[in-house]
Design a protein around this ligand. Structure first.
Ligand code: 7RM
Length: 635
């Protein structure tokens, strides 16, 4: 039991050293003591980053749902596993116990079996944030089917592409979804997608909004009557450690989406262990991650990680702005949330609103605040720390990726002293390195480079579905014997990491390497600025120059634009240096964002370079309409 729960800094360093000196022995002990196995592994780890091939706990047999559900029944049967907070605050929240969740998963698993779904088959899940979504993931895992969740904000085209790429034979969806004051007819989107998906034999439909929908008699069925009739127990399929658990597509700023494949045992061990430590979860805590289960954050830290620890995990159906901008704070107060995990984009949006929304609520239950998805800028970090955490809840700035399966670089709250904008130290078992352009490792501190990981960890994605060559080329060829993250990072004097953004966001101006994040931070500190993004564009003398897109807090900001530009550049000069001054500053009303809240710099770069003839695929944007507006006003 010794190393499962890290409680102080000395212990972190000691366990970290142990995990690096002898990874096999370390992970074997964690796996042995904290999970239930049908058969023990023959070999803890075999790997070859050249092929690449990575296997953890080979030979072991297990079912992840026995670890997330069955084993908790004797001790936590009546404990709440999932709190469901509906979109409409007037609708009652649901508390689903471990016993009830087990039964619901078994029933859905039996329905899938009745529809001919077998071990290894792919099932597409296209659902809003309702309990059936978590149940569907676990039901697939129960019978060894591979789930492929597609975020229910994606278009029919994106859905069809993903269904076909992994050849799903069944789709689980709902009539519609509620999002704030709106409702979306999901089934219409599915119907349209399936016109191009001949491999789908069945669609199971959850009734959520009650909207009238079309049902194809031979293909579509309402789920609830089938669940009611299904048997309430279902024997778990015994899986190999390396059997695929799920496929999850990465948003992919270029090319077709990549179906990252995660396997069973290593993913379970790593997500459970990180969840316990990164959120310092204790038995009666209520944990809330605001991500959608359509993203990796939801898979690992709403469903699998929390449930493997017997935790209470909150699922929120709605949006932060409905019925008003106090909704997050209302939910925290109502359910006495102890750990709150959200994204910088949400924090910045809420920080723009009146503080009264927040001050009305009692947030004293909070113990840990989390951030994920993009670099958190200094201003947002302080706002989060001061107003949400009241300087009493450590912020864990967690860096990781769809491909890594679990959190990789992060503080451990109450253990690692935090520094704003720093993800701080590698988690136990993670061996980050910084590489330079000549593929040499950059040793020592106060350096920056490209972030790679030089040793496998249990939850690394094993391949890209149907395209192992692309997996190798994307992650393992840039640097020999390394996993390349695609991110840049710096390591400061004490060895803390700060993620500076995708390396394709690094802009070299007059021979100086400039990361976008620190420059954007300093722009955002200007009192009139809400958000900004900078990109490089070709420049005769400097090689590249900087182009800034700036959103003002007040659209009708009356001050002279030229003056504002001067002030922004003054701000940058003070915070980063004169080299980072912007050549052009365009005031915009929005930035093109992916549905997971990431700025699509590729588009901004093209506009800045006056090269808008081919902007590539903009269909995955949250706000495609902003693109033309920015083009029309480009400088
Ligand atoms: C979990 C998730 C991965 C990319 C990653 C980074 C960026 C994520 C942070 C971050 C700075 C962070 N998976 N990123 N977390 N950058 N600090 N704490 O977001 O596959 O959707 O995105 O997101 O660039 O490579 S993801």
């Amino acid at each position: 039991m010794s190393n499962y729960h890290i409680k102080h800094l000395e212990e972190y360093y000691q366990v970290y050293r142990k995990s690096v000196r002898n990874p096999e022995a370390f992970w074997e002990e964690i796996a042995e003591e904290h999970f239930v196995w049908r058969k023990r592994w023959d070999n803890v780890l075999s790997w070859d980053f050249k092929k690449p091939e990575i296997k953890w706990f080979e030979g072991a047999k297990l079912n992840i749902t026995e670890n997330c559900l069955d084993r908790h029944l004797p001790t936590r049967g009546d404990k709440t596993a999932i709190i469901f907070e509906p979109n409409n605050p007037k609708e009652e929240a649901l508390h689903i116990t471990y016993r009830q969740l087990h039964e619901r998963v078994c029933r859905m698993a039996n329905v899938l079996l009745d529809h001919g779904v077998k071990k290894g088959d792919r099932v597409c899940i296209y659902l809003p944030m309702i309990p059936e979504l978590s149940v569907a993931l676990l039901a697939c895992a129960r019978i060894g089917a591979i789930h492929s969740v597609v975020f229910a904000g994606f278009s029919s085209h994106a859905l069809a592409t993903r269904i076909n790429d992994s050849d799903c034979k069944l789709v689980i969806t709902s009539d519609g979804s509620f999002r704030g004051s709106k409702s979306i007819d999901l089934k219409v989107i599915v119907d349209k997608a399936l016109e191009g998906c001949p491999g789908v034999a069945n669609v199971l439909v959850v009734k959520r909004t009650g909207t009238k929908i079309n049902m194809e008699p031979a293909r579509d069925k309402w789920l609830q009557p089938l669940l009611d009739e299904a048997y309430a127990d279902c024997v778990a399929e015994i899986m190999d450690a390396e059997d695929p658990l799920f496929i999850l597509y990465t948003s992919g700023s270029t090319g077709t989406p990549k179906g990252m494949v995660h396997t069973t045992a290593g993913y379970m061990v790593y997500t459970a262990y990180t969840f316990k430590n990164v959120f310092q979860y204790r038995e009666h805590d209520v944990y809330w991650c605001t991500a959608d289960i359509g993203w990796i954050t939801g898979h690992s830290y709403i469903v699998y990680g929390p449930l493997a620890n017997g935790a209470t995990t909150l699922m929120f159906e709605g949006v932060p702005s409905y019925p008003d901008f106090g909704r997050f704070w209302d939910v925290i107060e109502k359910h006495k949330v102890n750990q709150f995990y959200t994204a910088p984009t949400a924090i910045r949006a809420l920080a723009k609103e009146k503080l009264e929304y927040l001050e009305k609520h009692d947030l004293s239950s909070l113990k840990v605040l989390g951030s994920v998805g993009e670099p958190i800028n200094e201003e947002a970090w302080h706002w989060y720390n001061n107003n949400v955490g009241k300087k009493n809840s450590p912020i864990v700035d967690t860096w990781w990726q769809t491909e890594t399966g679990g959190i990789m670089i992060t503080p451990i709250p109450y253990v690692t002293p935090t520094t704003p904008t720093y993800a701080t130290l590698p988690f136990i078992g993670i061996q980050p390195v910084l590489m330079n352009e000549n593929a040499k490792e950059i040793k020592g501190n106060q350096v920056d480079g490209r972030l790679c990981i030089k040793f496998p960890w249990p939850s690394i994605a094993r391949t890209i579905w149907g395209n192992h060559d692309r997996y190798r080329d994307t992650y393992f060829t840039a640097y020999e014997n390394m996993y390349f993250t695609g991110d840049g990072a710096l390591r400061d004097a004490v060895g803390y990491y700060r993620i500076t953004g995708r390396v394709d966001d690094v802009i070299i101006v007059s021979g100086h390497n400039l990361g976008t994040a620190p420059i954007e931070d300093s722009i955002n500190e200007h009192p009139a600025v809400a958000e900004s993004a900078i990109v490089g564009f070709p420049h005769d003398v400097k090689g590249n120059a900087l182009y800034g897109y700036v959103i003002l807090k007040e659209v009708g900001e009356s001050r002279d634009r030229e003056n504002l530009r001067k002030e922004i550049n003054q701000q940058i000069t003070e915070h980063v240096g004169p080299i980072a001054k912007l050549d052009k500053i365009q005031f915009v009303t929005g930035l093109p964002k992916t549905r997971s809240g990431k700025i699509m710099r590729r588009i901004l770069r093209k506009i800045a370079s006056n090269d808008t003839s081919n902007l590539g695929d903009t269909s995955t944007l949250l706000n495609p309409e902003i693109v033309q507006e920015i083009i029309d006003n480009a400088l």
